[in-house]
Design a protein around this ligand. Sequence first.
Ligand code: PEP
Ligand code: MG
Length: 593
Amino acid sequence: MESLRLRGIGVSPGIAMGEALLSRRVVFTSRKEIIPDERVPDELERLRRALDRTREDLARIRNGLREKIGPDGSLIFEAHLLILDDSSLLAGLEEVVREDKARAEWALSKANARYEKLFESLTDDYFRQRKSDVSDVLKRVYKNLETNRDREKEPQKQHVLVAHELLPSEAALRLSKALTLGVALDMGGQTSHTAILARSLGIPAVLGLRDITRQVGEGDFVIVDGTDGEVIVNPLPAVRREFQAKKEKYEHYGRELRKTAKLKSETLDRVRFVPQANIELPEEVEQALSMGAEGVGLFRSEFIYLRRESLPSEEDHFEIYGRLAREAHPRPVTIRTLDIGGEKSLPQLNIEKEPNPALGLRAVRFSLRNRDLFRIQLRAILRASTGRNVRILVPMVTEVDEILEVKDIFEDVKRELRRKGEAFDENIPLGIMIEVPAAAALADIMLTETDFVSIGTNDLIQYYLAVDRSNEFVTYLYKPFHPAVVRLIKSVIEAARRAGKDVIVCGEMAADTTSAVVLLGFGLRTFSMNPIFIPRVKKALRSIECRTAEKIAAEILKLRSAREIEEYVTEEILLRHPQVYLTGHVLEVKPGN
Ligand code: PEP
Ligand code: MG
């Protein structure tokens, strides 16, 4: 067995070792393979068998979901079964095999193309969105044409998941702390939501490997080094031992660093700072607190939707927010309203694919267009605020009018609750994310309409530099230290401080020790990040004087490139407070996190 090393982007630190489980992607063929006349009946039989297997698969998934989350959860698969049994679909497939004398793969590809075209031409949004369902069903049939039956099954044992790409909704369903040891994908970048979820679950992950799905076979032994962004396929025994030692070292450092959780969050010259946690799941609170989080700076509520098949009710929301608020109490919990769109689609609503999703109906734009959903969420957050530690955060605001609209709805929801005699925190703070460059440029004015701001550097950098945050081909341009980016961030922090309002950085930039020092120097005091990075950042900021950070931050404004800035900051830190970096290399992930 050939041993192989592949480089990618380490997005979730740690080392995983185990057998590869390949999640295969279906690519419809563009080749019309002709068969002799006498093979036609066999081919029709092959197609029918694949349809039967698909029916069995769908019924099994539906029944499983019904048991796990109730009848609502299985609706999508109920619909898929109906599509599969559509008589015109079946007749169309058989006709192509019979008339064109072509293989069933060709018939399915042709049907897929025809339905795509048909659905795209429809004017009714709802029906247009059914396209992805039909395509899903056809893909299942396509896979089931394989006779060797090594079809994808629900994984039962621990594995390293290898796939071309993993959409956030798939990641939310497929990644399991118990079974997924590591993740290795062809696609994806540092700040993609799949990366964020892998980090939250503590699953080592390397993305952007380009063609790992072609280099790895099912059951191959794979090492995923999420710290250094490397994947080793079928390692030699010596290499395996080397990584086993690295794994143990990593876990040891992790335990050591966690001890900082009990120490005070203040710099050498006694300036207080506040590390907080970005989380996606309520069950993460406890772990976040044990890592030293002084509250939840960002709860990404969209994962409530992404983890289930049906729309959550007000009670579902309330239960989750209530649990968050209780578990973190008296520390603050910042709940971000639905940030859907972009790469995070909502399976329950079959949101229409947009030509430019990152610039489309995302986040607050979506909430303002779907007010019923928005009101349900606001009501639940308000009801969970009785402990007075809940704050609301609105994502992707671009202009002041959006805040005014949100506030109108918010006030109306509050009136409704008062009428019903429901208790909530009358002074619940409402903040906005600064992640669209226009909002950053207008921060002083935005701040007149909001109680606090949270800078989402992941998107802010993406939009300011015009670099897709999850596209590995342009990762080299995604630079938190781009001089334009640091100036913009500085101006927002200063505007908030002038206005006497709270400012948080909740993008991944807050988790990087070098940039955290710069942010501290700009005047930032609240750093919200994936909990696994809190010990590292806390240790770093405890090892520096705020005065030094301020001097460094002032100097970099004169520099011309990200490289110059990064070099300057790193050298200054090494010269004055080298302990900042003495956190053990093994806990770092590559720059850009
Ligand atoms: C951000 O954009 O920086 C952010 C924190 O939000 P998300 O990563 O969920 O888009
Ligand atoms: Mg964002």
